[in-house]
Design a protein. Structure first.
Length: 309
């Protein structure tokens, strides 16, 4: 009874604390991934801002995605790096809650933003003659703002319904304060939170993902009607990068939130959340830059070099 009445003021993030050698390896991996994420996404934002040729709707949304990814990893990876050298990695209750909801907000925003980017590709390929009229500057700003606003709204709903009783159990079997791992240590009834997660998953994951599938179905039909090899190549180069990002991000997020949860966090949960929360933000700029001639051209022009046409 004494333990149950103890007020929790901090949490222990278990991570890989039982495996000291693995922690050293993970520090190197996380640090490398974090630096690549900041460098890659930061460079994408700089190129898009300073290259007039990249002042298009697609790159406007891509700059939003890059900013989001830098914030997303920064909300958790620095804490993970510090914990790699701690025998008893702890985080305050307030810090844990703040980290959890910031990460949740940014993750939801990315789900909506990827769906908006799919609509942009749909307009570009299926209505090329009216593309500039459809994707006006005003509409682009509205769609991006709506993605961030809806993410904030859904996060606030989660904040209002947050469990209030944490008594004694303060060990989170995770690298960070991830939502589902956080709920597992609450001693109050979390059934309402479980329902909220299912409802949120429907609006945040299922609906946007189905929209993306339908959008790319329409795009595929339009591509089939393209007769020139150059047209095929252009369509696949602009859509292929986005599809790779969507597959990795949505695939890992859905496998995490759309399966029954137990009261004990598994190693699988830690790996999956690391995939969509750490690895995907690093892959985004690499995928878009390596497959995109416009980005490569903007990079060399930024360095003051001429491009051989």
């Amino acid at each position: 009874m004494g333990e149950n009445n103890t007020k929790v003021t901090e949490f222990i993030l278990l991570g890989l604390s039982h495996y000291p050698r693995a922690q050293a390896v993970m520090f190197g991996v996380f640090l490398g991934v974090y630096l690549i994420t900041l460098l890659g996404n930061g460079l994408m934002v700089v190129l898009i801002i300073f290259s007039p040729l990249l002042h298009t709707p697609m790159y406007f949304f891509l700059s939003n995605l890059s900013i989001l990814d830098m914030l997303y990893t920064t909300s958790s990876v620095p804490q993970m790096l510090v914990n790699c050298f701690s025998r008893r990695p702890t985080i305050s209750f307030v810090g844990c809650v703040a980290q959890m909801y910031v990460s949740l907000f940014l993750g939801i925003a990315e789900c909506f933003l990827l769906a908006v980017m799919a609509y942009d590709r749909f307009a570009a390929i299926c209505s090329p003659l009216h593309y500039t009229l459809i994707m006006s500057k005003r509409l682009c700003i509205q769609l991006a703002a709506a993605s961030w606003a809806f993410a904030l709204l859904m996060t606030l709903i989660a904040v209002v319904l947050q469990p209030t009783h944490f008594c004694g159990r303060n060990v989170i079997n995770h690298f960070t304060c991830e939502l589902q791992a956080f709920l597992k240590v609450a001693c109050s009834d979390t059934s309402l939170n479980d329902i909220l997660i299912v409802a949120n998953s429907f609006f945040v994951l299922i609906i946007p993902f189905c929209f993306i599938l339908v959008t790319y179905g329409r795009i595929s039909l339009a591509v089939i009607r393209i007769r020139s090899a150059k047209g095929w190549s252009k369509a696949f180069s602009t859509c292929g990068s986005h599809l790779i990002v969507v597959t990795v991000f949505y695939g890992s997020a859905m496998s995490m939130y759309l399966h029954p949860q137990g009261k004990i966090s598994s190693e699988r949960d830690k790996i999956i959340s690391t995939l969509y929360g750490v690895v995907t933000p690093m892959l985004n700029p690499l995928i878009y830059s390596l497959r995109n001639k416009d980005v490569k051209g903007a990079f060399w022009r930024l360095l003051g070099r001429k491009i051989n046409e």
